[in-house]
Design a protein around this ligand. Structure first.
Ligand code: SAM
Length: 406
């Protein structure tokens, strides 16, 4: 990954910790609602796609689950318990559940408040736990060691804001690409492609063959004009409050100009294209979950939510003593915002993506390609991934041996 420069908004941020009034734990109803929306889909898809006849899923091994970008709870507990219950039921059906142990890895950035997370672990939990600090854009686990990966409302956080935007001033006068020009959006999209590609490469190494992954991704539908949307307007209000504070000499104009929120909201076709280019996973389902809190949003709830999520980022960039005033200003401007009276601005949605890791068994003959097979022996699409370089170099014959038994 490229080096960060001091002026860029980096990913070394985290949610507001603890369980005080501004904490993420008390201001994450939006994210919780999404997990509730996905609550029934997950068991259905686990039942259909988890192949516990595959040797990697032998119940004598511990079943490992990792929640990437878990934050401080309690949402992550809800998510992993739903997965555990569905996996347990699947093994029960084949009388295999007796010896099954679950190990849950909670991952987030190193500054995440893991203490609050561990303090609030459900006392009646039926799983072993470990915290795994570090960026999910890098490798975090040994090869083929994770059976189920989960990542909800975290992948829109880029590893950093795009360099091009900060350096060229393409985004001057705004703190995000939404509502801005084409070039700013392209720079963010390129950063996203790189980051999400890195996420998939790391998980492609870490998941067992036939391993499953759920992603919940905030985005915009294909073809939706995101220029005037609720998130963009909320960010514009935040940007105008920062401008006001700069005019009053409370922060510098340079600091405002170099502040670019590191968020990108992809469309389903962008997601699919990046997943297909990576080639390690087969998309089993993409469904739209909608956007919670859209009807009659409470301005205080929206501002508190924004503060819980980006308060630390703001403080890291502008220094101490800015956050209270900034979000007070945001609330005062937000109550007059058109978002509150017209639903036409609420264009963003959330995508539920269910992936299965391909098993790479077959190499097609006649100088052609490696073929990916998903774990039920069905050929994954797209099938043409790459020419097997080692075999070409040695002039060996390629094999074609899919194993439908796995
Ligand atoms: C909005 S919270 C979602 C938390 C939780 N998944 C939920 O549904 O409530 C996003 C989380 O992703 C984490 N995050 C952002 N970028 C990350 C990265 N590169 N690696 C690991 N965690 C990251 C943030 O620190 C934050 O805790």
């Amino acid at each position: 990954m490229e080096e960060n420069t001091p002026n860029e908004t980096s990913c070394e941020h985290h949610m507001i910790g603890g369980d005080g009034p501004n904490s993420y734990a008390r201001n994450s109803q939006y994210q919780k609602q999404l997990l509730i929306s996905a609550e029934d889909l997950i068991p259905q898809l686990i039942d259909k796609h988890l192949n516990n006849q595959n040797p990697s899923f032998n119940p004598k091994y511990t079943f490992t689950i990792a929640d990437f970008g878990c934050s401080i709870g309690p949402n992550t507990f809800f998510a992993v318990e739903n997965i555990i219950s569905a996996v347990g039921n699947k093994y029960k059906k084949s009388n295999q559940n007796k010896t099954l142990d679950f190990q849950v890895f909670f991952n987030d950035l190193i500054d995440n408040d893991f203490n609050t997370l561990f303090r609030n672990l459900p006392s009646n939990r039926k799983y072993l736990v470990a915290g795994v600090p570090g960026s999910f854009y890098t490798r975090l686990f040994p090869k083929k060691s994770i059976h189920f990966a989960h990542c909800s409302t975290a992948l829109h956080w880029l590893s950093r804001s795009p360099k091009e935007v900060t350096k060229s001033g393409k985004n001057k006068g705004r703190i995000h690409y939404l509502g801005g020009g084409k070039e700013g959006k392209q720079a963010y999209a390129a950063r996203y492609e790189e980051d999400f590609g890195g996420f998939l490469r790391a998980r492609g190494d870490e998941l067992v063959d036939g391993g499953l992954m759920v992603l919940v991704v905030l985005g915009f539908g294909d073809g939706v004009d995101s220029s005037e949307c609720s998130i963009g307007i909320a960010f514009e209000i935040l940007g105008s409050c920062l401008e006001d504070m700069a005019k009053l000499g409370k922060i510098t104009k340079e600091k405002v100009d170099s502040f670019n929120l590191p968020f990108y909201y992809p469309s389903p076709s962008e997601l699919k294209a990046i997943i297909e280019a990576n080639g390690s996973f087969h998309v089993e389902k993409i469904a739209e979950l909608g956007a919670p809190m859209r009807h009659k949003p409470d301005p205080q709830v929206v501002t508190s939510h924004l503060r819980a999520v980006i308060g630390v980022l703001v403080e890291q960039h502008f220094g101490n003593g800015v956050v209270d005033e900034l979000f007070k200003c945001h609330f005062e401007k937000f109550v007059k915002s058109p978002i509150l009276v017209d639903e036409k601005y609420w264009k963003e949605t959330n995508y539920f993506v269910f992936l299965k890791k391909n098993i790479f068994l077959a190499m097609v003959q006649r100088n052609t390609t490696i073929v990916a097979w998903n774990a039920d022996g069905a050929q994954s699409s797209p099938t043409l991934l790459a020419k097997p370089k080692m075999l070409q170099a040695k002039g060996q014959k390629d094999l074609h041996t899919p194993n439908p038994a796995l």
